[in-house]
Design a protein around this ligand. Structure first.
Ligand code: GDP
Ligand code: ZN
Length: 311
């Protein structure tokens, strides 16, 4: 009987598919995919036959180019609060790209142990300003198992439940450490670390790893909870954003769009701009607005330098 499953890895024409029932099978793709120039991606919902073939790819909800993956439910963007210091402009760029792709984004601020709650304002202010912008934010200390207000590992687990999640973030912020904390010790962590080490120097295919929920790997009835093993990817790549549409990818700008004096207001220096007024009243944080302006100029500049990509 044909079975449905999810592609968790693909190497040289072979695919590992986690099928309903909780088993992983290694199958080959039918030649028809090569002819049609479609290759199965991790995250693809597929049909596998008893003969060991991947016979059908179900329609994709979305598709990411880097890492090459399909049907991504969410992106968990990891930044450290120290070592390296967070680059919020880069974080906002990741958030805008996820929004462009219509993939929900969540934020994890790691290495909270390197800050002092009484001295370092950043520890709470970073979380507050992104929650205010409408994003779920988790504070983490990925190397420690002790949970608390500054290490919300169980909240992260709940957020991953039943979903396929891609991690993104600069290198050195703790993505590998977080993956290890999430997948549990019984899952060949050694082998994983080795793969991660290799991943830093070579391009390789990402794979999906099962996330442990409440001490057990989700099984059987559903297709489980998965996290893409992508510490080698410091960012993800989607279609490029046009400067003119950038404001739509800032959730906290949305209530103000259409309220500006000029219909095509870009919220830079135009008079009677509702977005800038919201910055004045504190409804939109200065941090997010300044990053918007910077990213807007950057995208405009890119267009100028690459007219060949003009729509
Ligand atoms: P990646 O490049 O994003 O995969 O980051 P790694 O997981 O390799 O972590 C980079 C470095 O930060 C390693 O030396 C980790 O041990 C360390 N690290 C990871 N998480 C934490 C944390 O929560 N606190 C502290 N102090 N160090 C951490
Ligand atoms: Zn405006």
């Amino acid at each position: 009987m044909d079975r449905k499953g999810i592609v968790i890895a693909g190497i040289g024409g072979n695919y590992d598919v986690f099928v309903s029932g909780g088993e992983t099978v290694r199958v080959k793709a039918r030649g028809v995919f090569r002819k049609e120039k479609i290759s199965p991606l991790i995250g693809d919902r597929v049909v596998v036959t008893d003969e060991g073939f991947l016979s059908d790819i179900l329609p994709r909800r979305n598709q990411m180019i880097r890492p090459a993956a399909a049907n991504i439910d969410q992106i968990l963007i990891v930044f450290a609060l120290r070592d390296p210091d967070p680059h919020f402009g880069l974080l906002d760029r990741f958030l805008a790209e996820a929004a462009k792709q219509k993939i929900p984004a969540r934020i994890a601020f790691n290495k909270t142990d390197l800050l002092d709650p009484d001295e370092d304002e950043l520890l709470v202010s970073a979380a507050e300003s992104y929650r205010k912008a409408g994003y779920p934010v988790f504070l983490l200390e990925a190397r420690s198992e002790e949970e608390g207000p500054f290490n919300q590992l169980s909240e992260v687990r709940s957020c991953l439940s039943g979903k396929v999640t891609v991690l993104a973030g600069p290198s050195g912020v703790g993505k590998s450490s977080l993956i290890n904390a999430l997948i549990g010790a019984d899952q060949e962590v050694g082998e994983l670390s080795e793969k991660i080490a290799r991943g830093k120097n070579t391009t390789r295919h990402a794979r999906l790893l099962p996330v442990m929920l409440d001490g057990e790997v989700a099984e059987a009835s559903d297709l489980g909870s998965w996290i893409a093993d992508t510490p080698g990817f410091t960012s993800f790549y989607t279609q490029s954003i046009e400067a003119e549409e950038l404001d739509q990818f800032y959730p906290e700008f949305l209530p103000h769009l259409g309220q500006c004096y000029y219909q095509d207001c870009r919220h830079i220096s135009e008079p009677a701009c509702a977005v800038r007024e919201a910055v004045e009243t504190g409804e939109i944080t200065r941090l997010r607005y300044d990053n918007y302006r910077e990213l807007y100029q950057e995208l405009k500049q890119f267009r100028k330098e690459h007219p060949i990509y003009q729509k």
